[in-house]
Ligand binder design. Structure first.
Ligand code: GLU
Length: 496
């Protein structure tokens, strides 16, 4: 094996970066950084121009940057092995495709779309459920193995459309060791003669991927399990080019909590965002998503759970990546998010809250007031935007009262609340403090001979409009006497 570890993240810019893709990027990144002087390379696999989407590459870059990954070589960073966009390497693949034809491991095929369809239909009719262009069928098709060489020459010179196909051997077992799955073997019988170069001169994923991994001196291919079935074709290519294949490591699938692969549809059903972009837009903490994804298929082997990206880089090993599917537990992600949110200084949260809201009142509130709001709410929120949604009452009188909470507004509530109001109405500013507000409530319930909740709930509803929230008395202190009395009076007027 070559000296330094070189890994690549090789997304196709066919859509926004999927959360599974982000995990692949993360594991590659962690592996590169776990090695001394390892390199993390970004390669954009945009050979399927029809499926390439504008903005997808930017989205990938933005997502990786958001997570805090440093890319050593890539389209923006450059490097000694560029260009790092496959569309810019087009000519190179043709050369390698032709090399394979010369060595007898690939061939030109001239079949038209109609001829291919006809072949498939013919085979289906004769009882073959998955017809392939393979060692048997290729013998009756139009290619450089069946046509006389002067005709092939003529066609090529004339500029007839052709593809280059891999000549997959009839009966062979392709074997390789996967760092995660162990020994893997595939029978070539089930493979088709993969198209390597398309008629537009563009390579398919398989050829471009293998050629680039070789030329870019990639030492480890770490990618999702969905690519495992492509690997035998790649191994054949390495063999035919006479190149050493990189170490292969196929990551476990990401599973839905209700079972099965976490498809786009399933994720949507369960309220799990699928694109990294959505996590950014929904204001998740990047450290939380990174920490969570690191554990989605890997663990350090002890019961520690919280690790920064730097720590993960030190701890990560491929040996501890699991084979079995990893279940996406959204609650666990929120748990991580809460953790990282609470670690952040209040002032930095305040600055971010100002940026994500378009509410003038919140934007213009004093730093000191906002910091107190953040301090009171910090233990209750899972995401930063909840400071704004659940903390609305710190800025606005309740316009309505939460219906579920109102079930706790009982017949005796107005009386109890009125008694409390009369007591606190006489407080001066120095007395309007959390402790005193609390002891006053205690006094009222003792006088009336009722339980704590009997007054606490209505008081919370009247002053916040909600049935849950931060510690009430410090919140009332922050709201101030005038606001609290006004809200109590409003509630007494509006609620039966
Ligand atoms: N372009 C492939 C993708 O979109 C790369 C797969 C691989 O890593 O080989 O994921």
């Amino acid at each position: 094996m070559k000296g330094t570890v070189r890994v690549r993240f090789a997304p196709s810019p066919t859509g926004f970066l999927h959360i599974g893709g982000l995990r692949t990027a993360l594991y590659n990144y962690l592996y590169a950084r776990s090695q001394s002087n390892g390199k993390f390379i970004l390669r954009i696999e945009d050979t399927d121009q029809k499926r390439t989407i504008e903005g997808a590459e930017d989205d990938i870059m933005k997502s990786l940057r958001w997570c805090g990954f440093r890319i050593d070589e890539g389209p923006e960073q450059g490097g000694d092995f560029g260009p790092y966009r496959q569309s810019e390497r087009k000519d190179l693949y043709m050369e390698y495709g032709e090399k394979l034809v010369e060595s007898g491991h690939a061939y030109y095929a001239f079949d038209t779309e109609e001829e291919l369809t006809e072949m498939r239909e013919r085979l289906e009719k004769s009882g073959n459920p998955s017809p392939k262009y393979d060692s048997i069928t290729r013998q009756s098709m139009k290619n450089s193995l069946t046509l006389p060489s002067d005709e092939v020459e003529k066609k090529l010179n004339r500029g007839d459309e052709f593809v280059i196909r891999l000549k997959v051997p009839r009966r062979e077992t392709v074997r390789f060791e996967d760092e995660i799955r162990g020994h893997v073997s595939f029978e070539t019988k089930g493979l088709d003669d993969q198209v390597l170069l398309k008629s537009d001169g563009m390579p398919t994923y398989h050829l471009a991927n293998v050629v680039d991994d070789h030329l870019m001196e990639i030492t480890h291919v770490i990618r999702g399990e969905e690519w495992l079935s492509s690997t035998p074709k790649h191994i054949l290519l390495y063999q035919y080019f006479d190149w050493d294949p990189p170490v292969m490591a196929h990551l476990p699938l990401i599973m839905s909590p209700t079972g099965g692969k976490l498809s786009k549809r399933k994720a949507e059903e369960e309220g799990i965002p699928v694109n990294t972009k959505s996590y950014i837009q929904q204001h998740y903490e990047p450290e939380a998503l990174v920490n969570f994804l690191a554990y989605l298929g890997w663990s350090p082997g002890d019961d520690s759970e919280i690790h920064s990206l730097d720590e993960l880089c030190r701890l990560f090993t491929l040996e501890r990546v699991s084979k079995g599917g990893a279940v996406f537990n959204h609650k666990k992600l929120l748990w991580y998010n809460e953790h990282y949110l609470r670690e952040k200084p209040n002032l930095s949260l305040v600055n971010r809250i100002r940026k994500i809201t378009d509410d003038k009142i919140i934007q213009d509130a004093e730093d000191e007031y906002l910091q107190k709001v953040v301090d009171l709410m910090k233990e209750r929120v899972s995401k930063i935007d909840e400071f704004i949604s659940y903390g609305r009452f710190f800025f606005y009188d309740p316009e309505e009262y939460d219906e579920k909470a109102l079930k706790k507004w009982k017949e005796d509530s107005p009386d109890l609340i009125r008694a409390y109001r009369d007591d606190i109405a006489g407080f001066d500013k120095g007395q309007f403090k959390a402790d005193k507000l609390k002891s006053t409530l205690q006094k009222v319930i003792d006088d009336k001979g009722v339980g704590f909740g009997k007054l606490m709930m209505p008081l919370r509803i009247a002053t916040t409009g909600m049935g849950f929230g931060p510690d009430l008395f410090p919140a009332l202190e922050l709201l101030g006497k005038e606001t609290v009395l006004r809200r109590i009076d409003n509630a007494l007027n509006r609620l039966p």
